[in-house]
Ligand binder design. Structure first.
Ligand SMILES: Cc1cc2nc3c(=O)[nH]c(=O)nc-3n(C[C@H](O)[C@H](O)[C@H](O)COP(=O)(O)OP(=O)(O)OC[C@H]3O[C@@H](n4cnc5c(N)ncnc54)[C@H](O)[C@@H]3O)c2cc1C
Length: 355
């Protein structure tokens, strides 16, 4: 009888949770170590738009659309995941660029509908300011990120994974191979260690001489108190991106779902909240509740780092982690357990930075 592979996953955000769940589901022995508890650090501060929208090359579009399909598969396995294919109404580019995006992505198979004012009003009846021209993508959606991570981790534990609260101080080596971790002074051994520690990943990797080029730009999101339903889906307008969460909060961020907080984040948050309120009809009773500032784990070229960094060490660090999580978990577990690297991961190895 073969003994199941022992794996350690560092991180319990959406990426660590997905990797851990897929490993446990495939029969590996899994220990998840997290300093933050279930739910992560960037993950709770995310806008959580699942998309393959404008601005990326086709090869990355293909990974993102595969990840979108994998969300549907994951939600079938775990129906408690709050996933909604609510659609996205987008006019955050000048019209000519919207047209270019629509032509390019439609040719790639993305379900883009070109809409005018009347159709936009039917999609989002509570918009006070309607666009003359926008693009609607019905297949875009949202997974409430903390609830999704918690559902994955809870089910991973049901499948036998162990959850360990603590801080990984260092990776350990046995010859040239990564042999485990030191966590809060205790040594834990594994056949494979997965770093899914978001913006803190470089510090952990550095203890084994591995350099991860990760930036951490901030993103501010403003939250209203829960309110009766005003939005059906994602609204990606020129000034801001907004949506309504499963618990009824209207949330907004500028610049790709969460912009620069500036010198005075509270003032920025109130300005953004006022702009969101002005975009909605019948929103007089909408009240500011709080804002978050999250740090996006962003590899230096903007694309994910997914793959083996050295023997016994696998890295999964990325922006758009909410979109990508189900595919990353599936592909990482297959590569770790079966040695099979999905072709869609081709461009995303760490070695691209050293070549
Ligand atoms: C404002 C904002 C808006 C965003 N909008 C979107 C969006 O619309 N769509 C989208 O797809 N993505 C979006 N993202 C990106 C997405 O949220 C992230 O890519 C994703 O949450 C990263 O998840 P993660 O699990 O890798 O990291 P995190 O959630 O940061 O989790 C890291 C985990 O590692 C643990 N950890 C770190 N160091 C250690 C250590 N030494 N020992 C033990 N544990 C450790 C932490 O405790 C935590 O559990 C957004 C991000 C932000 C900030």
């Amino acid at each position: 009888m073969t003994v199941a592979k022992q794996t350690i996953v560092i991180g319990a955000g959406i990426i660590g949770a997905s990797v851990a769940w897929h490993l446990a589901k495939a029969g590996a022995r899994v220990t998840v170590i997290s300093g933050s508890g279930a739910g992560g650090v960037a993950t709770p501060n995310s806008f959580a738009w699942i998309n393959a929208s404008w601005g990326n090359p086709e090869v990355y579009f293909r990974l993102r659309t595969r990840a979108m399909a994998e969300w549907t598969r994951l939600a079938r396995d775990l129906p408690t995941i709050p996933l909604s294919w609510c659609g996205g109404l987008c006019w955050d580019l000048p019209v000519a660029e919207l047209e270019t995006y629509a032509a390019e992505h439609s040719a790639w198979g993305y379900g883009i509908e070109r809409v005018g004012r009347e159709r936009a009003a039917r999609i989002e009846p509570n918009l006070a300011k309607l666009p003359d021209f926008a693009l609607h993508v019905a297949e875009e959606g949202v997974a409430e990120p903390v609830a999704a991570a918690r559902a994955l981790l809870a089910d991973a534990q049901r499948l036998g994974a162990l959850a360990h609260t603590g801080t990984v101080d260092a990776l350990t080596l046995a010859g040239e191979r990564i042999a485990g971790v030191v966590v809060s002074g205790e040594v834990l051994n594994a056949d494979e260690v997965v770093i899914a520690a978001g913006v803190n990943s470089p510090a952990i990797a550095a203890t084994a001489g591995v350099t991860l080029p990760i930036d951490a730009p901030p993103g501010l999101i403003v939250h209203s108190r829960p309110h009766r339903k005003l939005l059906n889906g994602l609204v990606l307008a020129e000034r801001l991106h907004m949506r309504q969460t499963a618990e009824g909060r209207l949330i907004a961020g500028s610049d790709f779902g969460g912009g620069d907080p500036g010198a005075d984040p509270l003032a920025t948050a109130h300005g953004l909240f006022a702009a969101m309120k002005a975009m909605l009809r019948d929103a007089d009773g909408l009240e500011f509740d709080f804002h978050t500032v999250g740090y996006r784990p962003t590899p230096a070229d903007g694309f994910p780092i997914i793959g083996r960094a050295r023997d016994g060490l696998y890295v999964t660090v990325m922006h758009s982690g909410i979109t990508l999580a189900p595919a990353v978990g599936l592909f990482a577990s297959r590569e770790i357990l079966e040695g099979e690297r999905d072709p869609l991961l081709g461009p995303y190895g760490l070695s691209r930075f050293t070549r």
